[in-house]
Design a protein around this ligand. Structure first.
Ligand SMILES: N[C@@H](CCC(=O)N[C@@H](CS)C(=O)NCC(=O)O)C(=O)O
Length: 105
């Protein structure tokens, strides 16, 4: 499995689905969060000047929808991914995801 770093702001926003996917799959990743002050220095290094960006083995990829699609396949959670069913009970039945939901910012 590649090394994953998810770059986003210190909020849920457009990155939270990816965070949920990593947690649901039990896949380790670096959750890199930028403050307003830190963002201008990183912005020119991103593919499209926006976040989220997923870093896979050092390569940067943009666009949340493409990131979610890629992760669903790469983490093999296309079928069991609970959010696709949008069902609270299903989400809570995944112990890793339930644990993350209790601790997330
Ligand atoms: N279509 C992009 C939109 C990304 C986007 O709008 N990112 C915002 C935060 S949600 C952003 O990076 N804003 C800071 C900026 O544009 O400098 C996606 O879905 O990934």
């Amino acid at each position: 499995m590649p090394a994953f770093r998810l770059h986003y702001f210190d909020s849920r926003g457009r990155a939270e689905i990816a965070r949920l996917m990593f947690n649901a799959a039990g896949q380790e990743f670096d959750d890199v969060r930028y403050s307003k002050e830190e963002w201008p220095a990183f912005k020119p290094k991103t593919p499209l000047g926006q976040l989220p960006v997923l870093e896979v083995d050092g390569k940067l990829y943009a666009e949340s929808g493409a990131i979610f699609n890629y992760l669903a396949r790469e983490l093999d959670i296309l079928e069991p991914f609970p959010l696709l069913r949008a069902n609270r009970k299903t989400v809570e039945s995944n112990s890793r995801l339930a644990a993350y939901l209790k601790t997330r910012k």
